[in-house]
Structure formats: structure tokens, C-alpha cells
Unconditional design. Structure first.
Length: 593
């Protein structure tokens, strides 16, 4: 079970507080990793690929969440979550030895791109985004187009009760009351079950202001033996929307309704996974929950330098993150009773999460230097541009527009090294205007108020004085170098993400910063409050790992562990020889007799 973005220290704290009883139960009955790191870059695609294969990004090709590939236009980016792994994942590899495997939503397991499990479920298409639709009832009837030629038909059926159907003759209509969730679904032209949830609201008794909110119209990609897709569709209905930030921001839905949407998604994942486990008895089952990562990106407000920071707001936002951890614990609570005596369970995350206060635009720096040229339409002019950056989290890959490698490339082979040196210099010397305001614990706006606290924390007056001086220095600092590393890729300088998918230069932001694909300004207010991708040795980025079940004793895993070690441990426990590309090592405490 993968819980995207779950932080090691947060989980420990929540377990101590009694807030995560099911995780605590597994940790107490099994083996808990005290010292675990993920791979670099500490991004979702890279880390999950490492978990699934035991190979680093230099082998899997998952060097970023967005990937630019050779032979494409300079600005073109592929979504890593809809790309094939270059190293074969364990669920595909062990099928050669007659093992049965299943994957549900686990990143890298998309059956459309090869290396699939026997039974696979993944994110599918989105036919229409969510919306809030004002309805005008005429003769107690209304209709609207949800996408293309597909209409939704509404009929008032009684006091605050409505029938909804995708058929004008109201066949298979769904009856709902105001403020009650309903859903509709249909088979797409590809034979996939598409659907959406909806809710009708009105503040007037005559229903003159009735509105309908609906989630996105979504499908799942389902692959398996004949009849498996139909079976899952009929048993569990359409694949629900994961979350709806836009609707929450626009006040189309309440926070409670937002959580209900996310909970419906998590429950669907759990139900499908447990059904496949019970009926098809796979030897290996991978499934995935994104809620912790999602809420942490939005609400990790723990650094006083972050815009909008206050202790009160920080506590409020932490409640939203706690909700996502609690949801994860609830899902685990539904899984544990279904484990048999011979089962083993691994609880993992791909990375942790750091608070961020600013975002950087590497393409803005390239544009200022004349290496990136945009046309009047705002698009990259490939005939004039020598470089382009692809950003993801705390890193960005810079690709040189080289002839023979990039489609429409302009940089000659004899110019390449000079262009690369210029780019390295740009980012090594890059500075941004930025003031830091770490208001908490320091005394800019009321020195006396915090003096006693500083003396107490530092242990003496001189320590407090030093802290105040440092605080004033940070508060008035104007020029900051925001890039931690500017690395030339290739084995001559670094093997970090060394793969043909990697850029010619790899940029790593300093802690507190992350990269944006936009080129609006060199440094900007963040759209997110939490991010990841940087140095995996930082404690905030430590993932989680707990193992329990058949043959696994109680205790702690004291050996330093990497997410690369998960797959080789599984290979040894399952009894299948691991492939040569595996770089991790089986975890001693889990495989020793």
C-alpha cells in the first residue's frame, strides 16, 4: 500500500498521539524502518519507479514528473505517469515465473504502456471537468450539455426531489433530493464506463435558484483477462474523481463535500483492491492513495517565511493534513481484517514533503539571457531558442536545442559545450530579490515580547543576541542565490538522473524554493505550500516503511534503508531471482531466516 507524500516524522507524531491506530498496530506487530530515504529526485514518478523496480531513475527513465524525450520539439513534455518504465517492474517480471500480480492506480503501472500486471486498474480519461450549472426549470424540467452531444435531463419529481437521466425519455433515472449526492454513468465509445457524481442545491422554496454541481466525468483504464473490465464496472461502478480543488476554491462545494469526494475515491480504490485480492488471489498486489500528498502540497504551512503564515492559519491547515492521514489510516483499517495468515503487508510512501515559500522560473532566466525566445503568441520559437527548462517540484532539467537530437534543433555540435557552459554560469550566478521574514521566535515587531523566550530557548543571553542578529540579517537580506546545485548531467560530473531523458543541465532549488514551468518572473509567490524533489537526505523528505505479516518479527529496521530496497526484498521473499538492473539490496531484517 503506497501513501503518496506521507512524511516519516508526521506519521511518528500521529501514531504517538493515538491518531493513527491502524498504522500503529502494524508498526507494533511488524518491522518499522527508522532510517529510510528515497531516491533523487524525490519526485512521485521517480520514487514509485524505484519502489517497483529496485532501479534508480538513471535506469527507469523516470527523471522527472514531466519528461522531454529526444526527437521531440524543444518545448514538448510527456507526463511520466503515462509513460513506460525502461526497467521492468516486479509485478511484470515475476509473471514469467508463473506468479499472479495486480496493480491498482500505482504510479508506473498503467497497462497501456506495457509491463502490466495480470489484473490492472489505472487512471483513465476525463471527458469533462467539474462544473456548477445554474438550472432554469420550465414546467419542472431542465437540461444541460455536460460534454459534446451528451445531455443531462432533469425533472422535478416532488417536494425538493428530482429525477436525473442521460436519456431524454428518462430511462434509468436517478432520484435524489436537494443536498443529496447522486451519480450517473454510461459506456463510452471505447467501452469504458464513464460517470460523475452530482448534487442539487437551492436556497429558495420555489427552486428558482437551483444549481447542480457535478464532478469531472472520469473513467478507469482496466486490463485483465476477458470479462475482467466488465466485472469491475458492474461490481463497483465508474471510477470516481480523485479530488476537486477548483470547486472548493470557487465555493461550488464545501470543505465537507470536498472531503466526501476524496473519501469516495479512496473507498473505491480499497474496495476494488480487496475484491481482486479475495477473488483472484494474486501473489503480489500493489495499490495507491494520493490524498496525503495532495493535501500536503496545498496546506503545509509550517515555515514563517511562507506567504500568509500565522500560527492560527498553520494550525487550521494542519487539520486538513491530519484529515488525509486519518483517511489513510481508515483505509488501512479496512484492509487489515482481510489479511490471511500467510499474507505480508508493506506500508510505504515515496517521499516526504517540505514547506516552500517561493517558486523559481528557470525559463525566465534563460529568456533574460537570450537563450529562450518566445513568439508573439507566447510559444517557444524553436528557430531562435537554444535552451528550454522542464520543471517539476524542486528540480528542473534544461535541454539544449541541439541539431540532430531535438526536432528543429539549432545548436551545432561544435557550439554545444559553449552553450552548456553559459547555462551553467547563468544559474550558478543567478540571484533573486527576496526578503525573508521568519516572524516566529524573533523580535522584529516587538523585541521585548520574545526576548525571554529566546533566552530560555538558547540557554543564555549571548545565544539570544546571536539569534536576533541572524534574524535581522535574514529579514533584510536582498540578494539570494536560490539554486543549490547546477549539475552537468552525464557521468563526468554527476550520475544523478543520468539517462537520455535527462536534460543537459540539472537544476536543484535550495530548500524553501521550487520550480515553475511558467516564465512570468524570476521569483514568485508559491501556488503550493508543500513540495519535494530535492535532496532526499533532508528529514522532511524521509518516506515511511512498515512491514508485517507471515514470518516478519516485531521490532525495528535499524539498517539504513532506501526505497530501492523494497523490490529486492520482495524478490527474495517471493523466491524469484531479481533482474540484473536492480541496484537495491534486500532488507536484512526482513529476509533473514
Amino acid at each position: 500500500m503506497s501513501f503518496d507524500g506521507m512524511r516519516h516524522d508526521f506519521l511518528e507524531d500521529f501514531m504517538k498521539q493515538g491518531f493513527m491506530p491502524h498504522f500503529k498496530k502494524v508498526a507494533e506487530k511488524g518491522m518499522y524502518a527508522e532510517n529510510i530515504e528515497t531516491v533523487f529526485p524525490s519526485l512521485t514518478s521517480s520514487s514509485h519507479a524505484a519502489i517497483a523496480t529496485g532501479a534508480p531513475p538513471s535506469e527507469t527513465g523516470m527523471v522527472s514528473n514531466d519528461i522531454h524525450k529526444r526527437g521531440k520539439k524543444l518545448w514538448f513534455r510527456d507526463n511520466a505517469f503515462y509513460s513506460e518504465l525502461d526497467s521492468e517492474p516486479i509485478w511484470s517480471e515475476i509473471r514469467k515465473d508463473g506468479k499472479t500480480t495486480a496493480t491498482i492506480l500505482f504510479p508506473g503501472s498503467n497497462p497501456m504502456y506495457g509491463h502490466q500486471a495480470d489484473y490492472a486498474v489505472y487512471y483513465g480519461k476525463t471527458f469533462a471537468e467539474s462544473n456548477l450549472v445554474p438550472l432554469r426549470l420550465i414546467d419542472n424540467k431542465a437540461e444541460f450539455t455536460i460534454f459534446k452531444d451528451q445531455k443531462v435531463y432533469i425533472r422535478a419529481a416532488g417536494a425538493n426531489t428530482f429525477n436525473l437521466s442521460l436519456d431524454p425519455e428518462m430511462k434509468e433515472a436517478e432520484e435524489v433530493s436537494l443536498n443529496e449526492w447522486g451519480s450517473l454513468s454510461f459506456l463510452s465509445d471505447d467501452g469504458d464506463l464513464a460517470g460523475f457524481s452530482f448534487k442539487l442545491t437551492s436556497s429558495k422554496t420555489d427552486l428558482s435558484d437551483v444549481k447542480l454541481y457535478h464532478t469531472a466525468v472520469t473513467t478507469a483504464e482496466i486490463a485483465g483477462p476477458p470479462g475482467f473490465k466488465k466485472e469491475i464496472n458492474e461490481k463497483f461502478g465508474f471510477f470516481p474523481m480523485q479530488d476537486d480543488d477548483i470547486a472548493l476554491a470557487k465555493n461550488w462545494i464545501t470543505r465537507e463535500e470536498y472531503e466526501e469526494i476524496s473519501e469516495r475515491f479512496a473507498q473505491w480504490t480499497t474496495d476494488v483492491s480487496l475484491y481482486i485480492k479475495k477473488k483472484y488471489k494474486p501473489d503480489l498486489l500493489f495499490f495507491y492513495y494520493p490524498q496525503v500528498d495532495h493535501e500536503s502540497h496545498k496546506y503545509l504551512l509550517t515555515d514563517p517565511r511562507q506567504p500568509g503564515y500565522s500560527e492560527e492559519r498553520s494550525k487550521e491547515y494542519l487539520r486538513y493534513i491530519r484529515w488525509s492521514y486519518h483517511l489513510a489510516d481508515n483505509m488501512l483499517g479496512k484492509v487489515l481484517p482481510r489479511l490471511g495468515a500467510k499474507d505480508r503487508i508493506f506500508l510505504i510512501s515515496d517521499h516526504g514533503m517540505e514547506p516552500v515559500h517561493s517558486k523559481l522560473s528557470p525559463n525566465e532566466e534563460l529568456e533574460k539571457a537570450g537563450l529562450l525566445v518566445l513568439g508573439k503568441n507566447g510559444k517557444v520559437d524553436e528557430k531562435k531558442s537554444k535552451a528550454f527548462a522542464v520543471a517539476s517540484g524542486s528540480i528542473a532539467h534544461v535541454y539544449i536545442n541541439m541539431r540532430g537530437r531535438e526536432k528543429n534543433g539549432i545548436v551545432r555540435k561544435d557550439e554545444y559545450e559553449a552553450v552548456r557552459r553559459d547555462i551553467v554560469k547563468i544559474f550558478e550566478e543567478a540571484e533573486v530579490n527576496k526578503k525573508h521574514f521568519p516572524r516566529q521566535d524573533y523580535a522584529y515587531y516587538g523585541f521585548a515580547r520574545w526576548w525571554d523566550k529566546l533566552v530560555h530557548e538558547k540557554g543564555n543571553i549571548s545565544g539570544a543576541v546571536s539569534a536576533v542578529k541572524e534574524a535581522f540579517r535574514l529579514a533584510t537580506e536582498k540578494k539570494i542565490k536560490p539554486y543549490e546545485d547546477v549539475l552537468v548531467t552525464g557521468r563526468r560530473r554527476t550520475n544523478k538522473a543520468d539517462h537520455e531523458n535527462a536534460g543537459d543541465i540539472l537544476l536543484v532549488a535550495k530548500k524553501g524554493y521550487y520550480m515553475t514551468q511558467n516564465d512570468e518572473a524570476e521569483v514568485m509567490q508559491p501556488d503550493e505550500l508543500g513540495n519535494h524533489g530535492g535532496d532526499p537526505s533532508r528529514p522532511e523528505l524521509f518516506p515511511i516503511f512498515i512491514a508485517a505479516g507471515n514470518g516478519i518479527s516485531e521490532g525495528t529496521i535499524e539498517t539504513p534503508v532506501s526505497t530501492l530496497d523494497i523490490a529486492p526484498t520482495l524478490y527474495e521473499l517471493i523466491g524469484v531471482k531479481q533482474p540484473s538492473f536492480v541496484k537495491g539490496k534486500a532488507i536484512r531484517e526482513l529476509v533473514s531466516k
